[in-house]
Write a protein that binds this ligand. Structure first.
Ligand SMILES: [Zn+2]
Length: 65
């Protein structure tokens, strides 16, 4: 089980698909991640916690409401 799967989504939170800026891998992650999220392929940090909302380091290609 990965870190983000342990998180319980809050009402305003979303899952987003982010494209890794380094290798182009697309990965689904939680928009309010409380821990750093790394690319599954190359290990680049894709999201890190920033005051309740995650700072996203890649391109957001889809948002799941
Ligand atoms: Zn990557």
């Amino acid at each position: 089980m990965s870190e983000w799967e342990k998180l319980i989504p809050k009402p305003k939170s979303k899952f987003i698909r982010v494209k890794c800026p380094e290798c182009g891998n697309e990965q689904i992650l939680f928009s309010h991640a409380a821990t750093k999220v790394k690319c599954n392929v190359c290990g680049t940090i894709l999201a890190e916690p920033a005051g309740g909302k995650a700072k996203i380091n890649g391109e957001i290609v889809a948002i799941f409401e």
